[in-house]
Design a protein around this ligand. Structure first.
Ligand code: NAD
Length: 260
């Protein structure tokens, strides 16, 4: 099994993001929330954008005056603009977008309904694109040489049973990441994606603890699933000076699952 390091060891890596401001969609829970904790530990400010009406309280509890939460739906254009305005009002500038809001819904390809397909694509792909478009336009207009990280999945590069809409959305994330990176390099904006395997968030534990998860782990060279901080640290690295030459990349964080 590949060793994993303690959460404290990972969280104490210094990636030089002090004073930067990161907008994190889906920041109230799971990978987005862990990423917010990582950025706060770096001395960055965070703007959590999430459906959860408690998101501002969650933000304040985590980061005090270095964090705000803006509740709403990333599928709504006015809300996306509102998040940027609130972030600028609170912290002066937005340097980073982490596009993390997403849902998983499973259905066999032969019976999936149009509504089910559209909902999955709308939240996981379209809203992520339009959020990146809004933040990218803000960065271009204001001369911010920022960084955008879109959360894809191993499902974006391989087939997974009952994941047809999810795989299509995540494959789309990887493709749109390349195009935005190509078009926005001239503005000094880097755009990358990360593609995790199963991540042991609260939901991940619920879905994968037990025999089905144990069988899946045997297929992963690492012989384990990912911890949320292992995704947060890679996202933060992609936003750091150490990744200055990385753009348009999809970084698999899958313990080797997709090698075969
Ligand atoms: N957990 C995994 O195993 C795993 C693996 C690979 C990729 N991912 C991807 O990582 C991202 C986060 O997943 P997670 O496991 O942390 O999920 P999660 O369910 O724990 O958290 C998702 C957060 O996004 C918010 N959200 C959902 N829809 C929203 C919307 N329309 N507008 C605003 N906020 C919304 C939710 O309220 C929630 O706080 C997703 O894009 C998911 O596809 C997860």
């Amino acid at each position: 099994m590949l060793p994993n390091f303690s959460k404290e060891e990972i969280m104490s890596l210094d990636l030089g993001l002090k004073g930067k401001t990161a907008v994190i969609t889906g920041g109230a829970a799971g990978i987005g929330n862990e990423t917010a904790e990582f950025f706060l530990k770096q001395g960055a400010n965070v703007v959590l954008a999430d459906l959860n009406p408690e998101v501002n309280n969650i933000a304040k509890e985590m980061g005090g005056d270095k964090a705000i939460g803006v509740a709403g739906n990333v599928c709504d254009a006015e809300y996306r603009q509102h998040v940027i305005e609130e972030g600028v009002k609170a912290f002066g500038q937005i340097d980073v977008l982490v596009n993390c809001a997403g849902i998983v819904a499973l259905e066999s390809a032969e019976i999936i309904s149009e509504d089910f397909w559209n909902r999955t694509i709308n939240i996981n792909l379209s809203a992520s694109f339009f959020m990146a478009q809004a933040v990218g336009k803000y960065m271009i207009d204001n001369g911010v040489k920022g960084s955008i990280v879109n959360i894809a999945s191993q499902a974006g590069v391989i087939a997974l049973d009952k994941h047809v809409a999810y795989c299509a959305a995540k494959g789309g994330i990887i493709a749109m990441t390349k195009v935005m990176a190509m078009e926005w390099g001239k503005y000094g904006i880097r755009v990358n994606a990360v593609a995790p395997t199963v991540v042991l968030t609260a939901l991940g534990h619920k879905a994968w603890d037990g025999p089905v998860g144990d069988a899946f782990k045997k297929e992963i060279p690492a012989e384990r699933f990912a911890e949320p901080e292992e995704i947060a640290a890679v996202i933060a690295f992609l936003c750091s000076k150490g990744a200055a030459m990385i753009t348009g990349h999809n970084l698999l964080i899958d313990g080797g699952y997709t090698i075969k």
